[in-house]
Design a protein around this ligand. Sequence first.
Ligand code: ADP
Ligand code: MG
Length: 317
Amino acid sequence: MPVAEFGLIERYFRGIGPALDSTVSGIGDDCAVLQPPRGQQLLVTTDTLVEETHFLSGTDPESLGHKVLAVSLSDLAAMGATPRWAMLALSLPTVSESWLEAFSAGFSLLASRYEVQLVGGDTTRGPLSITVQGIGTSPAGQVLYRSNAKPDDGVYVTGFLGDAGLGLKGCLGKAECSFTMRQRLERPEPRVDVGKTLCGLASACIDISDGFAADLGHVLESSQVGATVDWNLLPLSTEVRDYLLRSGDVRLPLCAGDDYELCFTVPRERENDLKSRLRSLPCPVTRVGTIERLPGLRFANLESSLDRPLGGYEHFS
Ligand code: ADP
Ligand code: MG
């Protein structure tokens, strides 16, 4: 790699996040060397954001830096992990220092908040594409999987559904929406603290990246169960409610991607534990339905008929 590009790594990517004791060696060698704490398992996830597929061209680089890390932290949160390290692979059409500075600032702020250290990556020339690998740890035996939901468990979601979808419609000029909705699209908040709180409590958990119905569907399939969700219980922001009244577009909160909320299940006898554990966290959590033996996802109190199946976003369909 030419010296100039190495200088960019030094300037914009070294020193992101805290220097963790568990990092033996970070940026600067052929590999990072990591020492997971004793008795902990490593959880590893990768996500790529490609211009025009995952974000609109012209999206501000600071938001991109935030979002690409948030997406990985959300996967770690869904399994109850403590995020620790990240790797960043960047493909850039040109080197713009102002772009890199803003991107690195967005990434860095979120990394510092969750004490995630950037320990390596790759920088190449090509169409704009950003890949982050997130690495976290969990005490052995405490990981949250998708596959253990049981009949009679409650179905819960964090935050609000459909805000990011409305934000996207706003950016595309297809609906009116506020700056807050666009922020929900561009700067999602990974539910790391909720995920950690759910360890040893939730029977199954997933993050909502492709749409609530599709992602809950993954839990149901993995767990070989079904569920009924009460439309009236879905947590919807005032702005999404107003949009639904105007448009009748009930698919938005059910199918739009990019919410990065958690959807999880909790056995009935642990509901009080859940309530007391969540009391110290600022994030709202709502019970929206119940797991059932009969496979499939059903909705109660949904008046509009759904003309098409409630699929989530799929790249190759
Ligand atoms: P190599 O050619 O041996 O794979 P590079 O010259 O690509 O190494 O990278 C030099 C060092 O800089 C490595 O430690 C690598 O992990 C790190 N690095 C490269 N690009 C990035 C980036 N975008 N973010 C963080 N670290 C990076
Ligand atoms: Mg090498």
